[in-house]
Design a protein around this ligand. Structure first.
Ligand code: NAD
Length: 489
């Protein structure tokens, strides 16, 4: 399908609060731009602080007085399973929206969307297995713990993978018995509204899920500062994460989990399966036009294979196709103009720093409209350069040579982030040593970007706090109450 077919041009003129579609207090709309054409393809109502207050009130009432928290866990699981069916049945529509919202190639968005129901099934399966413990200690005391939901969760998402983020945050928060106010990114809010429509059909009680579209500096800020929100589950930039922590600490000390930026290394040793490493080093750096926090944008290559590996790498990068995301291209556009400008600025910085620009470095000449950019590679990059340390979030790779395992670890760890990492080697003892030494939330050995509903995911250092996915996430969406009874009184 071509973009010119315009699968939808729609107006989303309501917020989803308390189980009803309601007008926003502002009466204003935000234009949603298709990054492939630079045209407005949808309009979304612009929420304000007063709308957040209404949504939090609805979520609080649903938590304190509604049926959700007290419902049997198997009934809750049944609703989550219905949601899984609905997400599966609507995968095509959700994938098209993601392509229109952020420019992800449709042929990649569709298989991913077809998998997203798995999160709902996984957490439906966990919903009736969350429990406390009894703690034997002294004979005259009965000690036990209750694992309880936190209450009202404020979920704030970034623009780069709207479907995945919405799915993860909602399925985890709801399976644990919380209620949610979701504030999607202002540039990709439609997925969240579509998911809200599905939650209505799935039978979640009113107020359990609320969606307020709007901007970060008012809607996001109000949610994170709200006295009646118990936790913020945030995905976005590290600098915004710092603000969220401030809002939380200066309001009600709500809990905060943060999925933030990354600058992840892919480390290649001479004894690796070099064909597989090469494939990964290309696809897992440029996918989604470099706009995924999990990607490996720093390529560390051992000096013994540096020239040969890098020359093959550059050949492969030159074959990457860029264009209309509704065709069979490898890369679509950047999701918005600011990100395009940021990437172009970093390419300039890399050149000024003295790195060698080996491929790319500009915009495709044959594409007149759209926020497109060519995949770009800098070689012989010094680990101290800004392009090697700072998150660009575009299709820009810095290749850095290394001579020893120790040096590779040193370079890998010498950034403020610690989200993901990958090591390619057939030496399994070295692989395990590296896995222990690298300071990142995920280490992938002879694979990369393996994030599924079962794999706990979350950063070290400035990449964030807490874990999403897996059973581990349950801890971040619940709290433990300790009950002690004296059996003699
Ligand atoms: P962003 O921080 O600008 O925005 C994220 C969300 O925060 C948006 O909904 C935005 O409206 C909101 N926001 C902005 N200012 C706010 C404020 N003052 N108070 C409350 N909310 C506010 O990030 P972005 O540009 O949307 O996303 C890109 C970033 O997200 C990158 O740094 C990327 O690495 C990161 N990211 C991390 C993960 C992860 O899992 N670690 C996943 C995806 C994206």
């Amino acid at each position: 399908m071509k973009i010119s077919d315009k699968p939808f041009v729609e107006t989303y003129d309501k917020l989803f609060i308390g189980g009803k579609w309601v007008e926003a207090s502002s009466g204003n709309f935000m234009n949603i731009i298709n990054p492939a054409t630079e045209e407005v393809w949808a309009q979304v109502t612009e929420g304000l602080e007063a709308d957040v207050d209404e949504a939090v009130k609805a979520a609080r009432t649903a938590f304190d007085h509604g049926p959700w928290r007290k419902m049997s866990t198997y009934e809750r699981a049944e609703i989550l399973r219905k949601m899984a069916h609905l997400v599966q049945a609507n995968a095509e529509r959700l994938a098209k929206i993601e392509t229109l919202e952020m420019g992800k190639p449709y042929h990649l968005a569709l298989p991913e969307a077809k998998n997203h129901h798995q999160w709902w099934y996984y957490y439906a399966g966990i919903a009736d297995k969350i429990h406390g413990e009894t703690i034997p200690f002294e004979d005259n005391k009965h000690i036990f713990t209750i694992r309880e939901p936190l209450g009202v969760i404020g979920a704030i998402t970034a623009w780069n993978t709207p479907l995945t983020m919405t799915t993860m945050k909602l399925s985890m928060a709801l399976a644990t018995g919380n209620t949610v106010v979701l504030k999607p990114s202002e540039s990709t809010p439609i997925t969240a509204l579509e998911i809200a429509k599905l939650t209505e059909k799935a039978g979640f009680p009113p107020g359990v899920i609320n969606v307020v579209t709007g901007r970060g500096n008012n809607v996001g800020k109000r949610l994170a500062s709200h006295m009646d929100v118990d936790k913020i589950s945030f995905t976005g930039a590290t600098n915004t994460g710092r603000k969220i922590v401030n809002y939380a600490s200066s309001s009600n000390m709500k809990k905060v989990s943060l999925e933030l930026g990354g600058k992840s290394p892919q480390i290649i040793f001479p004894d690796a399966n070099l064909n597989a490493a090469l494939e990964s080093a290309v696809s897992n750096a440029f996918l989604l036009t470099g706009q995924s926090c999990t990607l490996g944008s720093r390529l560390l290559v051992h000096r013994d294979i540096y020239d040969r590996f890098v020359s093959k790498y550059l050949e492969k990068v030159k074959l990457i196709t860029v264009g209309d995301p509704f065709t069979n291209v490898n890369l679509g556009p950047h999701a918005h103009e600011q990100q395009l400008n940021k990437t172009l600025e970093y390419i300039k910085i890399g050149q000024e720093e003295g790195a060698t620009l080996a491929v790319g470095g500009g915009r495709p000449k044959d594409l007149q409209k759209g926020y497109y950019i060519n995949p770009t590679v800098f070689v012989d990059v010094e680990p101290s350069m800004r392009i090697a340390k700072e998150e660009i979030f575009g299709p820009v790779v810095s290749i850095i040579p290394f001579s020893s395992e120790e040096e590779a670890v040193e370079i890998a760890n010498n950034v403020s982030y610690g989200l993901t990492s990958g090591v390619w080697t057939k030496d399994m003892t070295r692989a395990i040593r590296m896995a222990k030494e690298i300071r990142a939330g995920s280490v992938w050995l002879n694979t990369f970007r393996y994030v599924r509903w079962v794999t706990p995911y979350g950063g070290y250092k400035a990449s964030g706090w807490g874990k999403e996915n897996g059973v581990e996430a349950i801890k971040d969406f619940t709290q433990v109450k300790t009950v002690v009874m004296d059996l003699e009184n």
